[in-house]
Design a protein around this ligand. Structure first.
Ligand SMILES: NC(=O)c1ccc[n+]([C@@H]2O[C@H](COP(=O)([O-])OP(=O)(O)OC[C@H]3O[C@@H](n4cnc5c(N)ncnc54)[C@H](OP(=O)(O)O)[C@@H]3O)[C@@H](O)[C@H]2O)c1
Length: 310
């Protein structure tokens, strides 16, 4: 089932791109290629997707790929607000230009769960979208671009967590860093979501490609929780019960009122039930013990725990 395909991943130095690349290497017989702005372990070709010449080179070099997984983006809302032009160029225009280079491949675009904004939450793929900030608006713009591709998949994942050594901290790494530096973590008790482990996202992406699915899919855990509850649960799982988490607002960026989603559609489509949140916390804990990621992960995890226990 998982042999013979060639897959191209953009954003291969990023958190999701690099973990996805490793996952597909380990769990399929597919040939996996990566594009990044700089060299890296998962990068075959260094390219800036906003440059026409780089895009043309990517298009001709990887003309035969079966699927493109487009994770490259200006992915942090405050970076989008700081440089709106670059944000629009990368998240909207370059997304469309990239898709145009691969008319015959499946094109999977990483959008975001934050496109929905309704009080009740539990948004399905049919729920109307209503962006609350520039980042979200440009991800929707990207969706509009890829929707023109005949064979497109739009993924709307909730916050993705996992150990990472990439340039940009993800949600979990921000927490880990705060603990490591002895800083108090402030997190909102009124922002709700469905965080999901990166290995689970990677498995779902693999299945979507293997089954040749198309359309829009939410991806998140089946439990709903606040960002405060998530941080508390992570710290507790790491034996850091004594580390306080303060309730409060983290930044002034407008976010959805209730960003919870339903991921029933993708689970039904691929025939796989997303593990429970405690199971995904166990996955996170295991990878931070260095079982998969070596001494670096182990020293960060042990260092942070040692520091906080003293
Ligand atoms: N992580 C989450 O919780 C989450 C949740 C929902 C949706 N998403 C979406 O999922 C995708 C992956 O997220 P992530 O957390 O992996 O983000 P990330 O770590 O910031 O990775 C994004 C990558 O895109 C690259 N990139 C940016 N501009 C580029 C350009 N002009 N040309 C080529 N590459 C460029 C960056 O390169 P540099 O490394 O050189 O900066 C970076 O490696 C994003 O589209 C994001 O919007 C993420």
């Amino acid at each position: 089932m998982h042999t013979g395909k060639t897959i191209l991943i953009t954003g291969a130095n990023g958190f999701v791109g690099s973990r996805l690349s490793r996952y597909l290497h380990e769990h399929t017989g597919w040939t996996v290629r990566g594009i990044g702005r700089r060299p890296g372990p998962c990068v075959d070709t260094v390219a800036d997707i906003t440059r026409d010449r780089d895009l043309e080179e990517i298009g001709s070099r990887f003309a035969d790929v079966d699927a493109v997984i487009h994770t490259a983006a200006v992915s942090r809302p405050y970076d989008c607000d700081a440089d709106p032009d670059t944000c629009r160029k990368v998240n909207v225009q370059a997304t469309g230009d990239l898709a145009t280079q691969f008319p015959d491949a499946a094109f999977l675009f990483f959008s975001t769960y934050a496109v929905y904004n309704r009080k009740e939450g539990s948004s399905t793929e049919e729920t109307p979208v209503a962006p609350t900030n520039l980042y979200i608006a440009t991800k929707l713009g990207g969706e509009g671009q890829v929707a023109r591709s005949p064979n497109h998949v739009i993924l709307r994942p909730s916050v993705i967590f996992g150990y990472s050594t990439t340039a940009h901290d993800n949600y979990f790494m921000t927490l880990l860093r705060a603990v490591r530096e002895g800083r108090e973590m402030v997190s909102p008790a009124d922002q709700f979501f469905n965080p999901v482990h990166v290995e689970v996202v990677s498995r779902l992406v693999r299945d979507v490609i293997a089954l040749g699915l198309s359309g829009v899919f939410n991806i998140g855990c089946n439990e709903q929780m606040s960002k405060y509850e998530f941080n508390r649960a992570v710290l507790d799982r790491f034996g850091l019960q004594s580390v306080p988490v303060k309730c409060g607002s983290t930044d002034g960026i407008p976010r959805p009122m209730n960003a919870t989603i339903s991921s029933e559609k993708i689970q039904r489509a691929v025939g796989y039930r997303i593990p429970s949140f405690p199971e995904m916390l166990d996955m996170l804990f295991a990878e931070c013990q260095g079982l998969e990621w070596g001494a670096d992960a182990r020293s960060v995890a042990e260092g942070s725990m040692g520091k906080m226990k003293r």
